[in-house]
Design a protein around this ligand. Structure first.
Ligand code: IPM
Ligand code: MG
Length: 380
């Protein structure tokens, strides 16, 4: 019995290896980047998601509709609701992203997406992970700033590889042994590294920190660090440092050193963890936006989850829309509407940092998501 299980696992592993190699080879022939300044029409897909998702996305859509009133009237921008990316529907169909939903999504250029719930265990993949893979959204870009402390960080998290690439496809010898895989490819590391260094260069950033645990994960993280350094050679004006992820986590809470960091480049899972930590430093995971960027598509979302407990407690309407609004700001910037993005950024700053006339606590004692958005719309 055991011998058979081992044999079956080895055969399965061969399939995974071949698939991942094929993916690396396709990446080498890079797709052409979509240029929005040339586009006559941009379709923005609006996806509610689960839990508090539809509530915060509804408010973010209101803000986008206001800012893009003229463009939507002229048909230059289409805000298109996409239904069906709900947990009930996904469980019913046994698909992390139902085919018809994916087809609709692929007809869009960019997406504003609410959080989606992922059941723990089982085999249903996270909708996020599926979308990031299907749309090849390889750069997860997450800015975090605390102006009063001079903190202005931006995280470039690799978004399609690492522990996530095969996270739902590990191997098990039932009740005895479980093995998951971590995948790093040459092309995958090169493109996220380039994205981070390009950003640093075009935004006048001089410090870039490569985060790995290459002392322990010698193959995958070793390769990530080596390739990131190779890419760095084309950007001699940028000072590069290597940090292990554990000390990075410590440095972010070390007020004596943290403001010196500017751009972070990290593999997928470390990026996931460290960006939640960073968001918390900024004021909570409810406050940070997240962009998932590929060459053809881009998806903008809140950094936090769907908060099912909030819905159970009947407090969904008291959710903080700041994170999804920051995502909306990043979306506007991505499609070339820099001035509108700046207006939204400024309004968010006034409402959330300086004036703070309408305060969200996440509970009934605070303002509702709609009240906060009304306030923000006044300040736009
Ligand atoms: C994030 C989230 C996702 C992730 C989940 C929802 C799959 O935590 O975007 O950081 O792990 O990447
Ligand atoms: Mg996360």
């Amino acid at each position: 019995m055991r011998e058979e299980e081992i044999k079956a696992s080895v055969e399965y592993f061969e399939i995974l290896l071949r698939e991942q190699l094929a993916r690396q080879d396709t990446m080498e022939t890079a797709a052409e980047k979509k240029d929005y300044s040339e586009a006559a029409k941009i379709t923005v897909g609006i996806v509610g998601g689960d839990g508090i998702g539809p509530i915060i996305v509804r408010e973010a859509k209101r803000v986008l509709s206001t800012l893009l009133k003229e463009e939507t009237e002229q048909g230059k921008i289409i805000l298109k609701d996409i239904e069906g990316l709900t947990l009930e529907n996904r469980l019913k169909l046994g698909r992390s992203v139902p085919d018809d939903v994916l087809d609709e999504i692929k007809k869009c250029d960019v997406l504003l997406k609410g959080p989606t719930t992922t059941p723990k265990g089982g085999t249903l993949e996270s909708a996020n992970v599926t979308l990031r893979r299907e749309l090849d959204l390889y750069a997860n870009v997450r800015p975090v700033s605390v102006p009063s402390e001079n903190i202005d960080w931006i995280f470039f998290r690799e978004n399609t590889e690492g522990e996530y690439a095969l996270g739902s496809r590990g191997i098990e010898i039932p009740e005895k042994l479980s093995v998951d895989f971590k995948v790093t490819t040459d092309a995958g590391t090169r493109r996220i590294s380039k994205a981070a260094f390009d950003y640093a260069r075009s935004n006048g950033k001089t410090e870039l920190c490569i985060v790995t645990k290459a002392n322990i994960l010698k193959k995958t993280d070793g390769m990530f660090s080596r390739i990131a350094h190779e890419v760095a050679e084309d950007y001699p004006e940028i000072h590069v440092e290597d940090y292990y992820v554990d000390i990075t986590a410590a440095n972010l809470v070390n007020t004596a050193v943290r403001s010196k960091f500017q751009v972070f480049l990290l593999p997928n899972l470390y990026g996931d963890i460290v960006t939640d930590e960073a968001a918390q430093i900024q004021g909570g995971v409810g406050t940070a936006g997240s962009a998932n960027i590929g060459d053809r598509y881009a998806m903008f979302e809140a950094i936090h989850g769907s908060a099912p407990r909030k819905i159970e407690a009947g407090e969904g309407e008291y959710s903080n829309p700041s994170s999804i609004l920051k995502a909306a700001e990043m979306l506007l910037r991505h499609i070339g509407y820099t001035d509108k993005a700046d207006r939204l950024k400024e309004a968010l700053f006034i409402c959330g940092e300086t004036e703070k006339k309408v305060v969200i606590t996440g509970h009934r004692d605070g303002a509702s998501c709609t009240e906060f958005t009304d306030y923000l719309l006044e300040k736009l």
